[in-house]
Design a protein around this ligand. Structure first.
Ligand code: MRU
Length: 358
């Protein structure tokens, strides 16, 4: 993996000019250093996703799409059979890097479908089709983020206080972002939002990434510890909560960064609307409810040592580090998608918006 030191000039995930590498911004280095990485193998793509160098559900999907195209070029291209079995193996491997964000498997399924549907072609002829599909995944995300942001803007007014958790901005997606897209689009149109940004323990996506993105865009952002959300809500500073999502079940139950469900419970208590911003690539109709969503467990080191100069707790103490939680659909005011705003009951509204036409 080579480092390309630069300022941020481009998408957080993209294909290199020669098509031989996925280029990502290493999000673990932000906000202190802007480091670009070139991913040239399935192992490097796996590592980058697993270690959260690239993170955020849509960005992971885009990275996986390009990653499969880059990987495919180095496979045995002499016969379709050999090519497909090696492709499938790499695809399953990358899919095992993180379990919760469904965008990863959605993107990988799309890439595999291209190979399966073109079994009459040679692997060399299939490669450009894979490139096109990966680019489509990326382009569609850009369009979805823009459309979601437009819908989001209909839910708020100039001067509103918005609480957000984790990072659902351009780094986690393409361009505008989902949960933060409305804030960037609003800024372009002259809205002055006051954003309250949960730091998002343990990996600090809010402090490191959301605060960085909003602050650099000139948006009024104030960082708080996660356990201060109740106080700012009680003080009347929050008009709406905006979050992204990693997997939305058919009934609207939503997996997102750990701590999201707590923010939703607080919002309900204080009568504040709680909005989930969700591209259709994050909806999983095979999950009936949030019970069906697999929650990633991560290393205790993320809680105990990662962001401290000395360990923050006794070395041997037990530690539980679920990376996501599920917010009950009944706590969600609306799910904002690229096709429109879904209101409860979500089983009906999501179905009507996304399944009816299938
Ligand atoms: O562990 P992470 O940082 O990948 O978790 C990301 C989130 O929870 C985001 O809120 C979610 O992926 C939505 S990004 C548009």
């Amino acid at each position: 993996m080579s480092n390309l030191q630069n300022g941020i000039k481009t998408d957080s995930v993209r294909l290199s000019e020669d098509g031989g590498a996925v280029i990502i911004i290493d999000q673990t280095e932000l906000p202190n250093r802007t480091v670009y990485l070139e991913l040239k193998t399935a192992e490097q793509v796996y590592e980058a996703i697993q270690k959260l160098r690239v993170r955020g559900a849509p960005a992971i999907g885009i990275c996986a799409g390009y990653g499969m195209y880059v990987t495919a070029q180095a496979l045995d291209l002499s016969s379709y059979g050999n090519f497909y079995s090696a492709f499938k193996q790499k695809k399953d491997y990358i899919n095992s890097s993180r379990p919760t964000a469904v965008n990863l498997s959605h993107a990988l399924e799309r890439m595999e479908r291209i190979v399966k549907e073109n079994d009459g072609l040679s692997p060399v002829e299939i490669l450009p089709l894979l490139k096109e599909e990966a680019e489509n995944i990326h382009k569609e995300d850009i369009e979805m983020c823009k459309a979601i942001s437009e819908y989001g803007l209909t839910l708020v007014k100039d001067g509103d206080g918005i609480l957000t958790h984790c990072n659902a901005g351009p780094l986690a997606t393409s361009r505008y972002g989902t949960g933060l897209g409305t804030l960037f689009l609003g800024k372009e149109r002259g809205y002055e939002f006051k954003v309250w940004c949960d730091e998002t323990r343990p990996l600090l996506q809010g402090a490191r990434l959301t605060a960085y993105e909003l602050f650099n865009a000139g948006i009024d952002v104030t960082l708080i510890c996660d356990n201060m959300a109740s106080t700012v809500m009680k003080q009347g500073k929050i008009n709406a909560v905006f979050v992204g999502c990693d997997r939305v079940a058919a009934n609207g139950d939503t997996a997102n960064k750990i701590g999201t469900s707590g923010a939703a419970v607080l919002a309900k208590h204080y009568g504040i609307p709680f909005y989930v911003f969700c591209p259709s690539s994050t909806i999983d109709f095979t999950c009936e409810t949030g019970e069906d969503i697999k929650i990633e467990l991560r290393s205790p080191d993320e809680i105990k040592t990662m962001f401290f100069s000395e360990p923050s707790s006794p070395e041997g103490v037990k530690c539980y580090n679920p990376s996501f939680d599920v917010t009950d659909g009944e706590l969600i005011t609306a799910i904002v998608t690229e096709k429109g705003i879904c209101r409860p009951p979500f089983r009906e509204s999501l179905y009507k918006m996304f399944r009816k036409e299938e």
